[in-house]
Design a binder for this molecule. Structure first.
Ligand code: GDP
Length: 448
């Protein structure tokens, strides 16, 4: 069903591609289409609305870049907004399983892939984190399900709790916890019973198990192919039992990932893993970028986005080089550089944009220049008159005192700034004689 979404978006972007620049009207037209497309793809109305709002806010502030088309630019903005919306806090695949034996409760409907996912996750935790795992099936109504878990446990090389007939789910949960504590296991995973549909009996049972097990993580397993239904299931489980994360299965199928978007938006709970097949190693940490690409349905979207990013950085670097080439570097130039550094995430961000700047970065680090210092330096420049900014040579003792006082700082702070300015101006002057190409290729590094 998500074919519609990708098809529609392609159509919108094709139209944009043929136009010259990104206008407000372009953005509105594109976003109207995006909204309709999301709705058709079974994303709920409030989710689609929020998404479009976030995208439109981002899009309006964006500078048009030369070397990518407006269409590609909108793709990037939509892609980034999708990633933002899909992303949880911290790494998706990190589970809270520090105090052993840490109980993990696996919940979900029958057929969602719960038992398979339980075994896949056990394998992952065993192999990647060296955890000792105990698996227990609580599906007392379906002996076959209990057998299935025991077989899968053998297959992935972890232990499973011996099956005892006649016990309730709560009994088994209690026994599993005891066994896990006695046996020195790091993690005990409880595979709860599923039903075809959500019913009160199921919810009551899972809730009772939860109260006994006191899980560190409660992972809901949902079939990624079921779209809006999956979202309803997530909402219900989260409301009744409380979940800490979601595993989306069958993401190897035709689904376009729209469920992921709604689920994340509706429950606010992070998607932790995705199932990508029947094999025991077909479980991956959730990557918002991949799912965003999938929702957009454009194969090389990630490459495209990366290219767009590079283009933006290249353009910023070129602008900087132009300034250097003019051979001018007064306090106004320094101020705009400092501001840009702040905007771009501090020194690190800016330095990393110019090849060969690593050495200068180190010098600045050594000199204790960080973002707080950046702000003080800007304050000092702001405290200068227009004339002083254009010709810093004017600065004698009395002017220095006034400027430092105006910024609430010491004359020694101002002297440091002036020294840095002189050093940078020197470098700029030398660079002014170099070709743009060699500057961008790393000539700067050679000069330092
Ligand atoms: P449960 O009833 O929720 O425990 O579901 P199962 O774990 O028994 O899985 C039902 C079927 O779905 C099995 O045939 C699994 O192999 C299959 N399955 C589970 N996860 C995935 C997945 O990520 N992709 C695919 N293609 N099949 C899956």
């Amino acid at each position: 069903m998500f074919e519609t979404l990708s098809g529609r978006l392609s159509g919108v972007f094709d139209k944009l591609t043929r136009q010259g620049a990104l206008t407000d009207e372009d953005i509105s037209t594109a976003l109207r289409e995006v909204r309709v497309a999301l709705l058709e793809a079974d994303v709920s109305l409030p989710v689609a609305r929020d998404f479009v709002k976030a995208v439109s806010e981002k899009a309006r502030g964006q500078a048009v870049t030369k070397s990518i088309t407006p269409g590609q630019q909108v793709v990037k903005i939509v892609h980034d907004a999708l990633v933002d919306m899909l992303k949880g806090e911290g790494p998706a695949g990190e589970l809270k399983i520090d105090s052993p034996p840490a109980p993990i409760l696996m919940v979900g409907l029958q057929g969602s892939g719960k038992t398979t996912t339980t075994a896949k996750l056990a394998k992952r935790l065993k192999e990647r984190e060296g955890k000792r795992i105990l698996l227990a099936s609580l599906d007392t109504r379906r002996p076959a399900a209990m057998e299935q878990l025991a077989i899968l446990a053998l297959q992935v090389g972890v232990d499973s709790l011996p099956i005892v007939a006649g016990q309730t789910a709560v009994d088994i949960a209690r026994r599993a916890k005891q066994q896990a504590a006695l046996g020195g296991y790091d993690v005990v995973m409880l595979d709860t019973a599923g039903r075809l549909h959500i019913d009160d009996e199921l919810m009551d049972e899972v809730t009772a198990v939860r109260d006994v097990a006191k899980p560190r993580e409660t992972l809901l397993v949902v079939d990624g192919l079921t779209g809006q239904d999956a979202v309803n299931v997530a909402e219900q489980f989260d409301g009744r039992v409380g979940i800490s994360g979601v595993v989306l299965t069958r993401m190897d199928g035709d689904g376009r990932g729209g469920a992921a978007l709604s689920m994340r938006a509706v429950t606010g709970k992070p998607i932790r893993f995705v199932g990508l097949g029947e094999r025991m190693d077909a479980l991956e940490e959730f990557h918002p970028e991949r799912v965003a690409g999938r929702i957009l349905g454009m194969g090389d979207i990630v490459a495209l986005v990366e290219k767009a990013q590079e283009t933006l950085e290249q353009e910023a670097a070129e602008r900087m080089v132009k300034r250097f080439q003019k051979g001018q570097f007064n306090m106004n130039d320094l101020r705009s550089q400092l501001e840009q550094m702040q905007k771009m995430g501090g020194m690190q961000g800016m330095m990393s944009m110019l090849p060969g700047m690593g050495k200068m970065q180190k010098q600045m680090d050594d000199a204790g220049i960080d973002d707080r210092v950046l702000r003080r330096q800007v304050a000092l420049i702001d405290s200068m008159t227009k004339k002083e900014r254009r010709s810093p040579d004017l600065l004698q003792a009395s002017r220095k005192k006034r400027i430092a006082a105006g910024a609430g700082l010491e004359v020694s702070d101002l002297n440091k700034l002036l020294k840095m300015h002189r050093q940078m101006a020197d470098v700029m002057k030398k660079m002014g004689g170099m070709s743009k190409k060699s500057l961008l290729r790393g000539g700067l590094g050679a000069m330092l």
